[in-house]
Write a protein that binds this ligand. Structure first.
Ligand SMILES: Nc1ncnc2c1ncn2[C@@H]1O[C@H](COP(=O)(O)OP(=O)(O)O)[C@@H](O)[C@H]1O
Ligand SMILES: CC(=O)OP(=O)(O)O
Ligand SMILES: [Mg+2]
Length: 397
């Protein structure tokens, strides 16, 4: 079987999928899964198209070194893949690479020079980029002849108008790359392809706001299926409140923390990327499921702040898009947490949004109330398929 591997290395997970490519790219992977909880109790879960399920504990080095944890999860996965897919004719590997900078608006074939260039963006995406590139290097060591393709989370947003990409900072900083990039682009690109089917061709050409609410969360304004603005900026901390990331913050808070608490960039980075968001506000968990199930007032406040911040961002993106013909929910929270969707939509009635409560609790594809002017849809995202599509286009069958 000719096939493509897809690797999506995240902050605490390593997702993978194996897509058959003969005759064309399959809709569903032959095998897909992830190693979750890297750094705490890593476990591999996978599922074959035929329904067979696999689970395995992933050994983890005893020390506290995040890099070592990711490396050992990756080694385990590559070994596991070899033993579970012995008769495979691999034609290439597609990777999610979170940051492609200002230059890269399309997927690229990877080589050593490009990997080194992309490593320059590691400080801008410390939870993702180092792990993305580690996976590229590991595959290159094991199978040096195999073509590898980088698919950038930032690429889809390069269509944004210049104003949407600019901070109100001195021009020289913009010119050296301090600008808004936007992330989750592979997810938004996939959703944009599904829009005609989900909300109708005419609405799909209009102003559509997509909320990708997962562990990392962002929103994107689309016009005619193209990104015109996004809640994430220079880094994936900006915008919405997330599992452990703060989202938008008054920059004066950082000055205060540096001056008065003597926090350096490592301490600030830990605070903003790992200790804030749902985890920081609730003091209980970064996982939306835990918070929705908890009776603690701090958990409820964290969920409410998440919805409030998302509703405010929705208003801002509607301004950027010149309206809101449809709102689309995706990502782990967007696809599964009916209470969060309700919290966001009820705060957005002024935009013409109205929820069909029954359809919402049933996680139906369309959850807007009959006769209301704005479509609301729930569309599962599929970053892995989008990566496979790009990789196959680059490599050729
Ligand atoms: N049934 C559910 N109800 C509420 N939240 C859920 C549910 N399933 C998953 N989630 C939430 O989705 C988030 C993870 O989303 P996901 O898109 O898988 O994240 P990642 O950014 O790691 O790809 C977690 O906060 C998790 O609690
Ligand atoms: C860019 C980003 O935040 O990605 P994730 O949701 O996978 O953490
Ligand atoms: Mg994700």
């Amino acid at each position: 079987m000719k096939a493509l591997w897809v690797l999506n290395a995240g902050s605490s997970s390593l997702k993978f999928a194996l897509y058959p490519v003969e005759p064309g790219l399959a809709d569903t992977p032959a095998l897909a899964g992830q190693i979750e909880a890297i750094g705490s109790q890593p476990r591999l879960h996978a599922r074959a198209a035929a329904g067979e399920r696999f689970e395995a504990d992933v050994p983890q080095p005893a020390d506290d070194d995040q890099d070592a944890h990711h490396q050992s999860a990756l080694d385990f996965l590559l070994d596991w893949m070899k033993t579970h897919t012995p008769r495979l004719d691999l034609i290439g590997v597609g990777h999610r690479v979170v940051h492609g900078g200002a230059k890269h608006s399309a997927p690229l074939l990877l080589d050593d020079t490009l990997v080194d260039a992309l490593a320059e963006f590691e400080p801008l995406a410390p939870l993702h980029q180092p792990h993305n590139l580690r996976a590229v290097r590991a595959v290159a060591r094991l199978m040096p002849q195999l073509p590898q393709v980088a698919c950038f989370d930032t690429a889809f947003h390069r269509s944004q108008p210049p104003l949407a990409q600019r901070f109100a900072l001195p021009r020289a900083l913009h010119d050296e790359g301090v600008r808004r990039y936007g992330f989750h682009g592979l997810s938004y690109e996939y959703i944009a392809r599904q829009l005609p089917q989900a909300i109708g061709a005419e609405r799909a050409r209009g102003a559509v706001i997509v909320a990708h609410l997962g562990n990392g969360a962002s929103m994107c304004a689309l016009r005619d299926g193209q990104s015109v603005a996004s809640s994430m900026g220079f880094t994936a901390i900006d915008g919405l409140m997330m599992g452990t990331r703060s989202g938008s913050l008054d920059p004066g808070v950082l000055l205060y923390l540096m001056d008065r608490k003597h926090m350096d960039s490592a301490a600030l980075s830990r605070l903003l990327y790992k200790e804030s968001g749902l985890l920081g506000v609730s003091g209980i968990s970064a996982d939306m499921r835990d918070l929705l199930a908890s009776p603690a007032p701090e958990a409820r406040e964290a969920v409410e702040l998440f919805c409030y911040r998302a509703a405010r961002e929705l208003g801002s993106l509607a301004a950027a898009a010149g309206g809101c013909d449809a709102l689309v929910f995706t990502g782990g929270i967007g696809e599964h947490a009916a209470a969060v969707r309700e919290g966001i939509v009820t705060r957005s009635a002024w935009l013409g949004l109205a929820l069909d409560a029954e359809a919402n609790t049933a996680h139906a594809e369309r959850i807007d109330r009959a006769g209301s002017p704005v479509a609301i849809a729930v569309v599962p995202t599929n970053e892995e398929w989008m990566i496979a599509r790009h990789a196959l286009d680059m490599i050729g069958a």
